[in-house]
Design a binder for this molecule. Structure first.
Ligand SMILES: *Cc1c(COP(=O)(O)O)cnc(C)c1O
Length: 493
């Protein structure tokens, strides 16, 4: 099957799209036939979780066979719930917990699958040698990618993070990472320095031909890869099924989903579920104080020319939401010239405007809201006191938007709020919001939060404090290329 580039370049089949990540013209790969090919969503909902997942993945990535086996290798061992993403009830809230994987954040769902897809893609194309993943991270993605790629045959991974720019727990999660094929390196600079350093290294190394001569392919694990979107589509079905099992809906009833959003990948996966037939009402985009998407859905103008705010929900601190490009493409029936013009304007002028006719179509499926820092803290406190549920700051942003969405009178009877991280990943902010005192190290704060809530600290986090540091390299951003070159010269990580 062929995936179109949102900017009109040459289409790619599934394996090529997964290995490339981004199209050569800078566009994102989209399955324009989604929603036109029939999918028996109602039958699939009756299957056990992993079989359901395999059918959904098989529909989104038909060029890859053997999804049952692939998912059995990806999820059951790494997730501490048999349904992978359990649905919690807290007062009137229905909360889909996406954080039961190895790093306690939702990126685990997709990053435990992507490496296996890449290996399969290369094997199918008869390619030997190593796929070397280069990733710059502001925290969560790096660790989830390390866990996903660790000891996967035929792959190696190098993660760069800004020295002093991630939380102490996030740093410990990365520098203590196990695995024979992993490398972690701090960069003296901020996240942007890291990211542009990696991009430059990528281009220069590919230009030099060195990776190819050593039988290697450079790749990345970023959130625009179709191999990351597909696994995320699965949990919208898993949520729907859990509501059915509890007799809260009957098959066919619409369900709204409120999604804590940054790069727009998670919520776009929900749109894919809707296109496949799942009865989704509205997808509600929840933003923190960086409300560029809220403003976009209101006015049809995407404008990144504003101050970048650091919030308690850092994974949603974003001014350029890459995956929105896919929605523009789908909502305009594949108007690639229009999409290219928008993306060029975003680079050149910092903004673009979408015609009202296309916005009207988008608003049939999407709504949006945002949450200030103060409201976020208040929501964590209130949800704890009134519902006995401890929410992390990203989830709290979505809970506040859920309340507003229900009060608007436009909501479906059933509304599911997505929860993207464990509260123990952000102990200081959560403690402060529930009336505790955030003292000592983050590990002390986790224990304090555990004592206060009666919930255990997830073992993957509590076990970190005693682990040996494996990676101590710190380099300047302009040395990233040399650093990777040295790894390639030695034949891999
Ligand atoms: C990445 C992330 C998000 C945002 O997801 P997108 O797919 O980028 O919109 C929200 N919450 C947490 C905890 C994350 O790690």
């Amino acid at each position: 099957m062929l995936y179109q580039s949102t900017r009109g370049g040459t289409p790619a089949d599934g394996p090529e799209a997964v290995l490339r990540g981004i199209a050569p013209d800078g566009g994102l790969y989209v399955d324009a036939s989604l929603g036109k090919r029939p999918f028996p969503w109602d039958e699939v909902l009756c299957l056990p979780p992993l079989s359901m997942a395999a059918r959904i993945m098989g529909h989104l990535l038909p060029d890859f066979g053997g999804m049952d086996e692939l998912l059995r290798n990806a999820w059951p061992e790494r997730f501490d719930s048999p349904v992978i993403t359990p649905l919690a009830s807290a007062g009137d809230f229905r909360i889909l917990e996406l954080f039961h994987g190895p790093t306690c954040a939702f990126k685990d769902v997709a990053l435990s699958v992507l490496p296996l897809l890449m290996t399969k893609a290369r094997a199918g194309r008869g390619e030997a040698g190593q796929t070397l993943i280069l990733t710059a991270t502001s925290g969560d993605t790096g660790k989830a990618a390390l866990e996903g790629f660790r000891d996967v045959d035929g792959t190696g991974i190098v993660v760069f993070f800004p020295d002093g720019g991630v939380s102490p727990v996030q740093r410990m999660q990365m520098v203590t990472q196990a695995g024979e094929n992993v490398r972690v390196c701090a960069v003296s600079g901020n996240f942007d320095d890291c990211q542009s350093g990696v991009k430059k290294a990528f281009a220069a190394l590919n230009e030099s031909g060195e990776p190819a001569r050593r039988g290697m392919v450079l790749s990345s694990a970023n959130s625009i890869n179709i191999g990351r979107l597909a696994p995320q589509t699965v949990y919208y079905f898993l949520a729907y099924r859990q509501l059915m099992d509890r007799d809260e809906i009957t098959p066919g009833d619409p369900v709204d989903f409120v999604v804590p959003t940054g790069n727009f990948g998670d919520i776009l996966a929900g749109y894919q579920a809707k296109l496949m037939g799942l009865p989704v009402g509205h997808l509600v985009c929840a933003s923190n104080a960086n409300r560029v998407l809220t403003d976009f859905f209101a006015a049809g103008i995407y404008d990144r020319r504003r101050e970048f705010l650091r919030t308690a929900s850092p994974s949603m601190d974003i001014l350029i939401s890459s995956n929105l490009e896919r929605l523009l493409y789908l909502a305009s029936d594949g108007a690639e010239a229009f999409v290219s013009a928008c993306m060029n304007a975003l680079v050149r002028e910092g903004s673009y405007t979408v015609p009202e006719e296309i916005m009207a179509r988008i608003r049939e499926d999407f709504a949006a809201g945002c949450c200030s820092e103060e409201e976020c803290a208040r929501t964590i406190g209130k949800t704890w006191r009134e519902c006995g549920y401890l929410a992390d700051p990203h989830t709290a942003v979505a809970l506040k938007v859920t309340d507003e969405w229900k009060a608007s009178g436009r909501a479906a009877k059933a509304v599911v709020t997505l929860s993207t991280a464990s509260p123990f990943k952000f102990p200081a902010a959560v403690l402060a919001a529930v009336g505790g005192e955030a003292r000592g190290s983050e590990f002390d704060q986790m224990r304090a939060l555990s004592a206060l809530s009666g919930l255990p600290v997830p073992p993957s986090l509590s076990g970190l404090s005693g682990k040996a540091v494996r990676f101590k390299d710190v380099i300047a951003p302009e040395k990233i290329g040399d650093y990777v070159h040295e790894i390639i010269r030695k034949g891999g990580v």
